[in-house]
Design a protein around this ligand. Structure first.
Ligand SMILES: NC(=O)c1ccc[n+]([C@@H]2O[C@H](COP(=O)([O-])OP(=O)(O)OC[C@H]3O[C@@H](n4cnc5c(N)ncnc54)[C@H](OP(=O)(O)O)[C@@H]3O)[C@@H](O)[C@H]2O)c1
Length: 327
């Protein structure tokens, strides 16, 4: 597993990481056993970056990670968590230094750590990016030794660009074959400022694995059922905001460039790694097999110019008009 430098922190992290939303909740049921096996599967393959959030299963995801890292030793594994979505209603005025401090204390307990490696503001409302006092509060938490660094997880490119006004270590954003706009101005700026980029929803919630079809069924507790039109949170987090049927058509067009002995999911992950502004990509996985397949994508050779052009053409033909100017 190759590693990439995580911005100004000096950390070297695996270029394929692990996204732990699905092992927390909102993706149908996943047993503790499968969740732990998924984490072990990723770590066995050299994954050394885990993304989580306090709200994933109301702390379940963080506690599972703590259990697995306790069993095998944390070593150089970096755990990035997030704070803010427990604020209800989720409005800017709910963000205060005291509220953030209480969330950080809870994540420290869940993760059984003395200091968190990275805390990301969890897709805060736009106004929060215009409140320096919130970022100063995070600076104080770093000075107090509760955190080593902080960053933002954003919905929109413009939020990420505004966040670069603050001394953030990282930006997390949806970036995949169906969400290509971050690869423009944002990636250039992040590289210039030496800010790490964490690419999330890399498989467009499973669409880019090629396994879904028009009759695919999802449980009532799976956001691919209950948030397909943005009923519960930003629709861009579900299928990357691409209408499901459109996504299926685009997937058919992508199948012809899948290399032999690899799957579409691996191609999707390798495509993301073609962008050197990306520090790590964090596919979610619900079991050991998925985690191992995803980590193995790092072993694929670089995509050819023809493959890159074909992905761009699929994006321009099917996807661009649905997402490009929206996020
Ligand atoms: N606001 C935020 O900050 C935010 C929002 C979203 C995500 N994230 C982070 O980004 C991570 C990744 O995004 P995501 O989990 O939403 O979506 P994703 O990585 O695009 O898709 C993950 C899902 O695809 C399926 N899958 C994964 N690997 C597979 C494989 N090899 N073969 C077949 N199916 C496979 C699994 O679901 P099934 O098996 O059920 O199909 C899995 O849960 C999250 O876990 C989380 O850490 C953050």
């Amino acid at each position: 597993m190759r590693k990439r430098l995580f911005g100004r922190t000096g950390w070297q992290v695996s270029e394929i990481g692990f996204g732990s939303w699905a092992i927390g909740g909102e993706w149908g049921s996943v047993s503790d056993q499968d969740a732990e096996a998924a984490l072990h599967g990723a770590l066995d393959r050299g994954v050394s970056f885990i993304d989580t959030a306090d709200i994933y299963g109301n702390g379940r995801s963080e506690r599972l990670i703590a259990r697995v890292l306790k069993a095998r030793g944390k070593g150089d594994v970096i755990v990035a968590t997030k704070a803010g979505r427990k604020i209800q209603p989720h409005v800017s005025s709910g963000y205060t230094p005291a509220v953030l401090e209480s969330f950080i204390e809870e994540s420290l307990r869940n993760l059984e750590l003395h200091a968190l490696d990275l805390v990301q503001l969890h897709c805060p409302p736009f106004e929060v990016y215009y409140r320096p006092e919130i970022f100063e509060a995070l600076d104080r938490q770093v000075a107090a030794g509760k955190l080593k660094s902080y960053g933002v997880s954003v919905e929109k490119v413009e939020q990420a660009i505004k966040a670069l006004d603050y001394p953030i270590a990282s930006i997390q954003i949806v970036f995949n074959m169906f969400r290509q706009r971050p690869a423009g101005l944002l990636f250039d700026l992040a590289k210039k400022r030496n800010v790490a980029v964490i690419a999330r929803v890399p498989l467009a919630s499973g669409l880019l694995t090629g396994k879904l079809h028009a009759n695919s069924q999802f449980g009532a507790d799976d956001h691919r059922q209950f948030n397909r039109h943005g009923e519960a949170f930003d629709v861009g987090e579900t299928f990357a905001g691409v209408p499901f049927e459109v996504g299926l058509q685009a997937v058919e067009a992508l199948r012809r460039i899948v290399p032999p002995h690899a799957g579409l999911a691996q191609l999707a992950l390798r495509w993301i790694l073609m962008f050197d502004a990306v520090t790590t990509v964090i596919p979610g996985a619900k079991n050991r097999d998925q985690a191992s397949q995803n980590a193995a994508a790092a072993e694929l050779p670089p995509l050819t110019d023809e493959q890159m052009a074909a992905v761009r053409q699929v994006y321009d033909t099917y996807i661009r008009r649905h997402v490009h100017d929206r996020w």
